[in-house]
Write a protein that binds this ligand. Structure first.
Ligand code: ADP
Length: 261
């Protein structure tokens, strides 16, 4: 009888072990598929600005552009597309550094009531080109946290970029709010865009994950790295990131910082 239990126990262990291996293999296969999709997405993201730069430069060199105004327009496009390229490359570099845990943070006492509006002002041109109405409000004083200024900027740029990309077709609105929730300071970024289904909300912070259903999400380019980067950065800050969303109505991403004691 004891032998029977032993055999039963052992078989159960073997089956569990087998299931464990199976689940892991499935995870690896899924990650490999996401990675290869990432490479093709990034190649696509890089190719577009590169093509534009070379096309506009060539047209300028061939002296086909007659008016000064047009020339300026072309040069401006070249400049903007170079900035976009730099952004993409920086994001990939940041990510591979993060993967190796080599991203160095410099934590200092930061007043989010000052830093967040400052970052939003520096993004004015970006917001303008995305045709968004962006509002800021603070409902907490003080809003002091220990943070790396550059990382906070990276995270906000990521969230705002997404709010523009996955935003409403017309009348894009972004609301950035500072709140205090018990011992945390929350930075909320709310958009009135396409939203995210409850099922997908669970995965959007995963590496390389992109929502593929629906038209708009499909059209927007991306690498599926942004939110994962935000998640890792918030973890390094001893905080976390969360999302609330209703498909068709909009999404709110929340950066939760521990309040500085
Ligand atoms: P991507 O480079 O694809 O934008 P992210 O990691 O930033 O990568 O986002 C992952 C996915 O989450 C996106 O592909 C998109 O489907 C979804 N998503 C992110 N932000 C929003 C948002 N504000 N509204 C709707 N969907 C969003």
């Amino acid at each position: 009888r004891r032998d029977n239990y032993l055999i039963l126990g052992m078989s159960l262990l073997v089956v569990l072990g087998f299931l464990f291996v199976l689940v892991n293999i499935r995870k690896e296969i899924k990650l490999a598929a996401l990675k290869s999709e990432f490479v093709s997405n990034v190649s696509h993201e890089i190719r577009t600005p590169l093509a534009l730069i070379s096309m506009y430069a060539e047209t300028l060199l061939l002296k086909r552009v007659k008016t000064e105004q047009k020339k300026e327009e072309y040069l401006l496009t070249i400049q903007q597309e170079s900035i976009r390229l730099t952004d993409i490359v920086n994001r990939i570099l940041n990510f591979s550094r993060l993967e190796k845990n080599r991203l160095a943070y410099t934590f200092e006492t930061v007043d989010l009531n000052k830093l967040v509006p400052h970052i939003l002002t520096s993004l004015q041109a970006h917001l303008h080109s995305g045709q968004v109405d962006c509002r800021f409000s603070s409902h907490t004083e003080p809003a002091t946290v220990l943070a790396d200024t550059e990382a906070v900027k990276d995270m906000l740029v990521n969230l705002i970029d997404n709010a523009i990309k996955y935003g409403a077709d017309h009348d894009k609105k972004i609301e950035v709010r500072l709140l205090r929730k018990s011992k945390q300071i929350w930075v909320e970024v709310e958009d009135n865009g396409i939203g995210i289904s409850a099922k997908n909300q669970r995965y959007v912070f995963d590496q390389f994950y992109r929502v593929t259903e629906g038209d708009l999400a499909h059209k927007a380019k991306g690498s599926g790295l942004g939110l994962n980067l935000v998640k890792r950065m918030m973890k390094a800050h001893g905080g976390s990131v969360a999302v609330r969303s209703k498909p068709g109505e909009g999404s709110t991403f929340i950066l939760k910082f521990p309040m500085k004691k």
